[in-house]
Ligand binder design. Structure first.
Ligand code: CMC
Length: 437
């Protein structure tokens, strides 16, 4: 459908409920734009011109707060109701009953796998967990104090040089192979990045363990013949991976899609996504929450911290969300996971500070009026710390969980005939034409 000037409107106009009529006061003309799926098509708006040489109207939307750039069938969020669904299934049900690889298959394929498909998928992932020995040497090249997120990002980017066929993004088999490799190798690279930092020899994957159990093995195995993860901690981490698996068009996923839109290989796109996730306003927030709780130090210093936040000196890390304005459903599930974990590890002393921060913030006018609630990152860091993960590893854990979502979104974008290379417009604010003296 195209925009129609009212004078030339079709004889059978769309129902009032599905159109928007605009009057351009520069010209006195009115325009009727179709509303589809709660959106108006920006390119229709762009056809509105005041004069023949007018470039047309653009929308200005820093941070894309009101712009839908894609159509997606993967994840549904209703921010006002606090709803999150993967392919139609509520996150609460999936976190209760599913495994991470099952969710990865759901996100990628659109349906939950049958038992046989799941068994084959698990087998395929399990047999791609090893990394080339040269990649190990690549990791060895980092300084001992390199942030593991930087190592992860660079190593994932480097994978594209090991698998040049990844460039064949039009070939479904080649795409599938890189998807398997990325999901399979992400925990291996993550664990190797950690062990490099503390100077421990790398622990190789153990194919007898499940996806999450094997990751714990590569993190913590020392001299035992076979590492056996604690089943409660293994399940808790698996649930955290599930909660992070996708979140529609967030900063890192949009980055993956943008890079993918230029037809880059998936390693380059995912490496860029890791870079976006690294930031403290996104996946780096879980790390910042921990640093904030440690800095606050004790429950009695919480009110003072809240005052500083209200004065605009700081942000309350782990609070607030672009989309969720009533609560983050992932944070609710995480609180239950925390109980399970603390039964095994003992209570994290930072929990009391976090609970007090949450209690005061939820009653405080500033946070209530700004609709600020704990997000997924508020409690995840406390759990990770109780499980023994160093703070720098928190965003890395987020990246492992998010990988299937990135890849599902990357492939969906590639196969969508309406998608084009991402290329936003700008409002130029620099000098007008001038000449050298
Ligand atoms: N603490 C204090 N004030 C806040 C916070 C916060 N955490 N978040 C938003 N605000 C205020 C902000 O100052 C602004 O106030 P005002 O209108 O008076 O100027 C208002 O709320 C709107 O903030 P915004 O920055 O325009 O909102 P946004 O949608 O652009 O940002 C956010 C969303 C998540 C980046 C932001 O809430 C934030 O910085 N939170 C802390 C970092 C964090 O926890 N990030 C993890 C997000 S969830 C996991 C993920 O997806 O990565």
């Amino acid at each position: 459908m195209t925009i129609a000037e009212t004078e030339r409107a079709p004889k059978t106009p769309a129902t009032p409920a599905s159109t928007l009529t605009l009057r351009d006061d520069r010209t006195g003309k009115s325009y009727t734009l179709p509303i589809e799926d709660g959106t108006i098509n920006a390119s229709e708006l762009h056809k509105i011109r005041a004069t023949d040489d007018d470039p047309g109207l653009f929308t200005y939307d820093p941070g894309f707060t009101a712009t839908a750039a894609v159509k997606s069938a993967i994840t549904y969020i209703d921010g006002d109701q606090g709803i999150l669904r993967y392919r139609g299934y509520p996150i609460e049900e999936l976190a209760e009953a599913s495994g991470f690889l099952e969710i990865a298959s759901l996100l990628l394929e659109g349906e939950l796998p049958t038992d046989q498909v799941l068994a084959e998928w698990r087998d395929e992932i399990t047999h791609h967990t090893f990394i080339h020995e040269n990649i190990k040497k690549f990791i060895d090249g980092f300084r001992h104090d390199a942030h593991p997120m930087g190592i992860l990002m660079s190593t994932v980017a480097a994978l594209s040089t090991f698998y040049p066929e990844a460039k064949q993004i039009g070939d479904a088999d080649a795409r599938r192979k890189q998807i398997v490799r990325l999901i399979a190798k992400m925990p291996t690279i993550a664990a190797f990045a950690y062990r490099h930092a503390i100077g421990l020899p790398y622990a190789y994957p153990d194919n007898d363990l499940g996806y999450t159990g094997n990751f714990l093995n590569m993190m913590w195995k020392t001299t035992e013949l076979q590492y056996r993860p604690d089943p409660i901690l293994e399940r808790a981490l698996e649930v955290l991976f599930i909660l992070h698996a996708d979140h529609e068009q967030n900063c890192s996923t949009s980055t993956v899609r943008v890079v993918g839109s230029s037809r880059s290989d998936p390693y380059s796109a995912v490496a860029a996504g890791i870079g976006a996730l690294y930031g403290p306003l996104h996946g780096g927030a879980n790390e910042q929450v921990l640093r904030m709780l440690e800095e606050i130090g004790s429950v009695d210093r919480v009110p003072q911290h809240i005052e500083r936040v209200k004065k605009g000196e700081l942000r309350l890390m782990g609070f607030g969300h672009r989309i969720y304005k009533s609560y983050d459903p992932r944070a609710k599930v995480i609180k239950r996971v925390a109980d399970d974990v603390f039964r095994v590890t003992g209570r994290n002393p930072l929990l009391d500070i976090a609970l007090e921060l949450e209690r005061i913030a939820l009653e405080d006018e500033y946070f209530v009026s700004h609709k600020l609630y704990p997000n997924v990152d508020f409690y995840s860091g406390i759990i990770y710390q109780a499980m023994g993960f160093p703070t720098e590893m928190f965003p890395v854990l987020f990246a492992i969980g998010r990988t299937p979502g990135w890849l599902a979104q990357w492939e969906e974008g590639l196969l969508d005939p309406e998608q084009k290379i991402a290329r936003p417009r700008q409002i130029y604010t620099g000098p007008a034409l001038r000449h050298l003296e």
